[in-house]
Design a protein around this ligand. Sequence first.
Ligand code: HEC
Length: 197
Amino acid sequence: MKPHSVAFLTFCFLAAPQTVFAQNVTAAPDTAELLARARTATGELLQRTREVLLRHLAARGPAGAVMACADTAQQLNALVEQSHSLSIRRISDKWRNPADAPDSYESEILAKMNNLLREGSLPETTEIYGLVRSGKKVLFRYMKPIVVQGVCLSCHGDPGSISREVAGILSARYPDDTATGYSAGQLRGAVSVTIQP
Ligand code: HEC
């Protein structure tokens, strides 16, 4: 299926409308090349996090898998960042790890994704990307939604349905956890990539 891509080339970091390119930027960065890099890195991060989750769920159940996710998620971000020379993380407006809290651009795109989901037009292949001014820099930013599935609920579902063991690990490790109360089909967050062209 053709990726459902939404490019906001004039999307700005701040609410005030302004053109994306600084005046001293003469050549537009090669967006196609940046998009290809962001896509590859995103695919790799999603595949690796999913592999860790499913392998540990099968071997040790949710209580074992929650420890594995806690211990590896940030390391996987770093691994993919190093191999693709870009910045990547999973973000959420209801984050578990405070390192995954969104910045203002990411919050705006998450709100946009939530609107698309409500309208029934947020397929898994959706990508939102564009060149965004950040201070004096122009950055390439790319986001791909992460939607909740049934398998996620043992750690992100209704608090009443999360086992006591998993809840104990979560509250010890993430005292400020806000990533519960989801049901399948809701927007959990997004992969967010930033590249300095
Ligand atoms: C076994 C428990 C468990 C299951 C099942 C699980 N997660 Fe998580 N999830 C975690 C933990 C623990 C973290 C925090 C990782 C960290 O410290 O970076 C997390 C973090 C995340 C984040 C990063 C944002 C944040 O809140 O910090 C996303 C996105 C996410 N999970 C999506 C999912 C999705 C989608 C599924 C289902 C396919 C899923 N998770 C299933 C335990 C789980």
